[in-house]
Design a protein. Structure first.
Length: 289
């Protein structure tokens, strides 16, 4: 078991800078140009990586779910929407090229085994297991078989379910992400104390995948020991789509990263001391020295 994980030359763990992931997910709304715009936002704000989502639609969703009525720009059923949002080889080939040009890491949450195999074409440096997939033993085993670091999200999961997933994956090259799968999350659902709980239980690096409004919980998560933070990003929180309301626009993302980078400085080394800039104040204000 390692106390840190290396992803594309970046060490993620205690003592290293917080690894910030901009989750594009499906917030590109099926548009490659919008996806590139979101990558640009991630680069401009200093994110370390961008993440997408990949699904084989007919495997992940039942026929009944795909046939369910749901109006969108893509059609009148949920299947029309899901297929419209799903990028294929040509889109990901362009994303791979664009991320290399912009010098930013990219990878994906794969929701089924075929999607993992699909991503292997691009030799992405790691895989994310979405909260919805934490109980999918076959997917966990297949993803681990690729021999790459795994980021495990734990939303809507019990400790027993998380233990089972970790037993399958093993603790080597594993980062566990505390997460609450509500979009957006209410304050009383965020439970940042679970970061410490997960670290004490498993001893792996622990990150935070947030879906809250604003940035304070993500910054506090780093003060609680999170070594990585993942947040959904968007060009406009009022865009249509299920994840935009729980996402950050460029200003919020920029402020979050600025504040996250200050956390180690604010925490200091824990040694109580008199700072040089305090000495003139001592001379000025203390009657008895």
């Amino acid at each position: 078991m390692s106390k840190c994980v290396k992803i594309a030359g970046n060490f993620i763990g205690e003592g290293y800078p917080c690894f910030v992931i901009a989750e594009v997910g499906i917030n590109h709304n099926g548009s490659l140009s919008m996806a590139k715009g979101l990558i640009d936002i991630a680069v401009a704000t200093g994110c370390d990586a961008v993440k997408f989502q990949k699904r084989t639609i007919d495997v992940v969703y039942t026929k009944e779910e795909l046939a369910r009525e749901r109006n969108s720009i893509f059609g009148k059923t949920n299947g029309d929407l899901k297929r419209g949002l799903e990028f294929g080889y040509e889109e990901y080939k362009e994303i791979d090229k664009y991320c290399k040009e912009r010098n930013i890491i990219w990878f994906a949450s794969c929701w089924d085994e075929a999607s993992v195999d699909f991503m292997e074409q691009f030799d992405t440096p790691c895989y994310k297991i979405a909260s919805a997939s934490l109980t999918d033993d076959n997917l966990l085993k297949h993803t681990r078989s690729k021999g790459k670091p795994i980021l495990l999200s734990t939303g809507m999961s019990t400790m027993e379910e998380i233990r089972h997933a970790v037993d399958i994956l093993g603790k080597e090259d594993l980062i566990i992400y505390h997460c609450t799968s509500t979009y957006p999350s209410n304050t009383d659902e965020i439970n940042l104390g679970a970061i410490k709980t997960l670290y004490e239980e498993f001893g792996c690096p622990v990150g935070y995948s947030g879906h809250e409004r604003g940035i304070m919980p993500s910054v506090l998560a780093v003060a609680q020991g999170a070594v990585s933070v993942e947040r959904h990003i968007t060009t406009d929180r009022t865009n249509w789509g299920s994840d935009h309301a729980a996402s950050l626009e460029i200003a919020g993302l920029s402020h979050m990263i600025r504040d996250i980078r200050q956390v180690p400085i604010l925490l200091g080394d824990g040694c109580k001391k008199v700072y040089e800039r305090e000495i003139p104040i001592i001379e000025k204000l203390r009657r008895v020295k």
